[in-house]
Ligand binder design. Structure first.
Ligand code: TRH
Length: 373
């Protein structure tokens, strides 16, 4: 039987941190939990360094946490193709690499996560490109999809973390983390917090979210370590965290504002209430994605809590959060907390994405071998 122990992952960083955030987690899980030999090709080491702090951006090749990281440029030379190749988010494999692939190569395009119902039908379909077969692998929330990116022991690890002292000081403020796109109605959220009767400690990691926060406080700029108080709101600017520390922040907060793809999934595993801002897309696709997710994830949530969840998400997307919307959400926060903790547990019982990729690749290799007989 052919070995499928060598996998290559190609990561093109379009913007922000989601592409490398997902690829780096996937690489680590395939290596740690499935004992695969991974080469991760990254086209922008400077952005990747935010998530892989020990990365040396001057090196063409280096090994970090047993993963070979290779700087990928237009002139990168490839000696061989792996048995299994992950093209993340349709990033287009380089022609010289494609030339090294053969009909037995398992070529998987890892798609973006969506809870839309069509995903069930499109997952694991393929198309031919010359002699090669490109498989479309869709992460998702149902058993018909490729599953969600998750470490095997995520629930245990989270409990271990919570048993240890929390990373945040204990007080009766509502602890909120804020990571969003700059076009979010940040000023209206902060105004609603300021005007509510609930004290809030808001933690904002250093990212492009900060410029709008600075504007709200009439500051030129804000920096990690800054702390600002206005009525019921105390805002803490914190450094951009390691992925592990960001996960701990999500677990320690009472409410997390998250965005894109990877922080969204991590908020789900944190099991705490969260508000998701999808990546802006043309033709209102991001709104369809948001509603598909809300309908699926909150299908069994008590109607009044559900209403407040939808209202706050819609407000976050539509440029205005009123004090009434914020207050209505807070009234339901305890019920939402119970509901999302249960949902997080339920989803953690499904097969995770890395395992599904391994099972899928083994099946494809078996098919190829059987067809040869
Ligand atoms: O950065 P993003 O907006 O990434 C986006 C999305 O993936 C989007 O779907 C994609 O099309 C676009 O990139 C190109 O949001 P996301 O996906 O949440 O990625 C952020 C990553 O940064 C995630 O891995 C968590 C990590 N992170 C930290 O490690 N430390 C931090 O302090 C913070 C705030 C985030």
């Amino acid at each position: 039987m052919a070995t499928n122990k060598h996998w290559d992952i190609f990561c093109k960083i379009v913007d922000n941190f989601g592409d490398i955030g997902v690829c780096w987690r996937l690489a680590k899980q395939l290596q740690n939990e499935h004992q695969l030999t991974i080469r991760l090709f990254i086209d922008d080491l400077h952005v990747a360094k935010h998530l892989i702090p020990t990365l040396d951006t001057s090196l063409a090749q280096q090994t970090i946490q047993n993963i070979t990281i290779i700087a990928w440029h237009t002139d990168t030379k490839f000696a061989n193709a792996a048995q299994v190749v992950i093209e993340s988010f349709a990033c287009e494999l380089p022609p010289p690499y494609l030339a090294l692939m053969h009909p037995d190569t398992i070529w998987i395009n890892l798609e973006y996560l969506s809870a839309e119902t069509w995903v069930d039908d499109f997952h694991a379909k393929n198309s031919k490109r010359g002699q090669l077969t490109r498989h479309f692998f869709f992460p998702g929330f149902t058993s018909k999809t490729g599953g969600l990116l998750r470490e095997h022991d995520i629930v245990n690890a989270k409990q271990q973390h919570l048993l240890k002292s929390s990373t945040l000081p204990a007080h009766d403020h509502l602890k909120v983390s804020l990571f969003c796109y700059p076009h979010a109605p940040i000023a209206s959220l902060l105004t609603a917090i300021v005007n509510s009767n609930q004290q809030v400690s808001c933690y904002v990691p250093n990212s492009n979210t900060l410029s709008s926060v600075a504007k709200f406080f009439e500051r030129e700029s804000l920096h990690p370590g800054d702390q600002l108080t206005y009525k019921n709101l105390t805002l803490h600017v914190i450094p951009f965290l390691s992925q592990d520390d960001y996960d701990k922040l999500l677990s320690s907060c009472d409410l997390n504002f998250v965005r894109g793809e990877d922080s969204w999934i991590r908020a789900i595993w944190a099991g705490k209430p969260f508000i998701w801002q999808p990546y802006l897309q043309t033709e209102q696709t991001h709104i369809k994605k948001l509603h598909a997710f809300l309908n699926l994830y909150y299908s069994d949530c008590p109607p009044t809590s559900k209403e407040s969840i939808f209202a706050l998400h819609d407000a976050w997307l539509s440029q205005e959060i009123s004090s009434t919307t914020w207050q209505a959400y807070l009234i339901h926060l305890d019920k939402i907390k119970q509901y999302v903790a249960q949902q997080s547990y339920t989803h953690s019982q499904q097969t995770d994405l890395a395992t599904k990729l391994v099972i899928f690749s083994e099946k494809m290799i078996k098919n190829i071998e059987e067809n040869k007989v």
